[in-house]
Design a protein around this ligand. Sequence first.
Ligand SMILES: *Cc1c(COP(=O)(O)O)cnc(C)c1O
Length: 379
Amino acid sequence: MKLATKIIHAGAEPDPSTGAIMTPIYQTSTYVQEAPGVNKGYEYARSQNPTRKALEDAYAILENAKYGLAFSSGVAATDSVIKLLNPGDEVIAASDMYGGSYRLFTKVWERYNIKFIYVDTTNPANVQAAITANTKLIWVETPTNPLMNITDIEAIAAIAKKAGALLCVDNTFASPYLQNPMDSGADIVMHSATKYLGGHSDVIQGCLMMNDAALREKLYFIQKSCGAVPGPMDCFLVLRGIKTLHVRMKQHCENGAIIAHHLSQHPAVVKVYWPGFEDNAGYAIAKKQMRDFGGMISFELKDDSISAANKVLSSTKIFALAESLGGVESLINHPASMTHASIPREERIKNGLSDGLIRLSVGIEDAGDLVADLNQAIG
Ligand SMILES: *Cc1c(COP(=O)(O)O)cnc(C)c1O
């Protein structure tokens, strides 16, 4: 079945009690049992909920995985993966990744004696060199937030397999429309469903997809024992969002390409970070593992001062100044002071994230209007 058909029908079964074509919002905390232990597979809603079940089935289908699990946020999904580990275990993580993942790793999990080693994963040799007998997990994000660096999933999966470590790929920026890491050998795919999967900036949610039944059992145990589950209304919103993922992504990609090329020709812009440029370091790998290049773009002005960036950030009229991404409306963001403020400046600069960097989440409005808005803001 082709992607568009899969996306529309993923996880959707007519409701058994009424035939409702849309999975109802089962707003219930518990389920009545016929006799102690005799039930219809639903006991208590932290453990099971039919709306969540429909979404979890959809998640699995979208990533060509056997199993999907939904969490109350992307960060909760990430947290649940780290809970697979024991004190003394080591994680190799990407040096350029979502600031909230970095904060969770360094400020929360390091206190429990989980060790994180940050390397530039765009060169698989760096990952190989960091492997030790204690390496249990490799955490990769591609394209990265906000520099759009591309990591070769297949190459890292081979290293993980040889080392006996799990590979988890944060696939939030690509969405399942552009990239399916399970097909390249990842053990777990993670998404902030808050972004492209939900797609309408109206819900916080995260998910994990996996193939291995034992791994699914462990993560399900963590999901129900630690309790970071999404409510049924939120599951409904993501189920609804997913139905248009392919049409939205097509437009995000089309608008993204127009804006990336426009910015690269703009006299006030020195650098545009977007994997679709042939001279981008990640272009060949992106071509190999992605279906298109997406609508996430970062750029630097010739004037690299914070004040020059601030002028652009506060002058756009269609691009809204806000954290987050992946919604139908265009957003503009200043990583250094917003999404990546939790990363120390020194660390940030070392990883190439400058004070003046501006990130765009290109929405699905008219591309001409978006270009005109950026032109008037850049001046
Ligand atoms: C937003 C985001 C997260 C965290 O997800 P939440 O839903 O905000 O908890 C993780 N990874 C990436 C790449 C993100 O953009």
